[in-house]
Design a binder for this molecule. Structure first.
Ligand code: KIV
Ligand code: NA
Length: 269
């Protein structure tokens, strides 16, 4: 069987062929995406797109473990990375290590992702030194939107841009194998990508990054919000709506189930 891609494989893609990433939360979706992707992220976006939460703050470690296990069962080839949820790593390196180790033991995934604002590099270095492959995440950090006010593109003024650049550089120096760059203008994405040795994975961060990621439910049209940076490759919401309408009509008209969909007892004989 084909070997699963590793953190080293992803890191080696810096400046080369674009790294193709998507999110996944369940086994059948992971199985369908696996052949096409280098990396599948079990994002804490699962809280919003699967569980109906208003933001990612309510996502728990238990949710990440369960969805991580499902994705690991579905994907054979892609590297699987699990998002560390809000509250599971910010208190300090030791808290982060304990929770990351739990996630890796219970899921078998090869890496974790942490949102890396100012001050996070110490934790990233601590984890990497102890054997945990870490993917960073800078720019728009969804777990901080309550403190910072909404989902807005970042780094439009130079003060904010240089803060994000230094977050990325610190995350890189700490040993992250890749860095997600979210919601920043093209110029800043270009500066970050040139400054760090790890491949940058963009979301709403232009084509200047070393790879791209989207929330799968967004690009499949299954989640009803479409920010400017999402390209819709399917309309699954529409497909489900049509199928459910047809089913409802058939049941109400007693057209479903038909004879071929029915079990019959053997004729006595
Ligand atoms: O939670 C998530 O899906 C993410 C990606 C969009 C990068 O963090
Ligand atoms: Na996330």
């Amino acid at each position: 069987p084909q070997r699963r891609l590793s953190a080293q494989d992803i890191r080696a893609r810096k400046g080369g062929d674009p790294v193709v990433c998507l999110t996944a939360y369940d086994a059948p979706t992971a199985a369908a995406l696996d052949a096409h992707c280098d990396l599948l992220l079990v994002g804490d976006s699962v809280g919003m797109v699967v569980h109906g939460l208003p933001n990612t703050i309510g996502v728990t470690l238990e949710m990440m473990v369960l969805h991580g296990q499902a994705v690991m069962r579905g994907a054979q080839k892609a590297m699987v990375v699990i998002d560390m949820p809000f509250g599971s790593y910010e208190a300090g390196p030791e808290q982060a290590f304990a929770n990351c180790a739990r996630v890796m033991k219970e899921t078998g995934a090869q890496g974790v992702k942490l949102e890396c604002g100012p001050g996070a590099a110490e934790t990233v270095a601590y984890l990497v030194q102890r054997g945990i492959p870490v993917m960073g995440h800078v720019g728009l950090r969804p777990q901080s939107t309550l403190a910072e006010g909404g989902f807005k593109a970042k780094g439009k003024d130079e003060a904010e841009a240089s803060q994000i650049l230094s977050d990325a550089e610190a995350t890189d120096t700490a040993g992250a194998f890749a860095i997600v760059v979210e919601g920043v203008a093209e110029g800043l994405a270009r500066r970050i990508t040139a400054a760090v040795s790890a491949p940058t994975i963009g979301i709403g961060a232009s084509a200047a990054c070393d790879g791209q990621i989207l929330v799968t439910d967004d690009m499949l049209g299954r989640f009803e919000w479409t920010p400017r940076f999402v390209r819709r490759y399917a309309d699954l919401r529409g497909v489900i709506d049509q199928a459910a309408a047809q089913y409802a009509e058939d049941v109400r008209a007693r057209r479903f189930p038909a004879e071929v969909e029915t079990y019959f007892s053997k004729k006595p004989g």
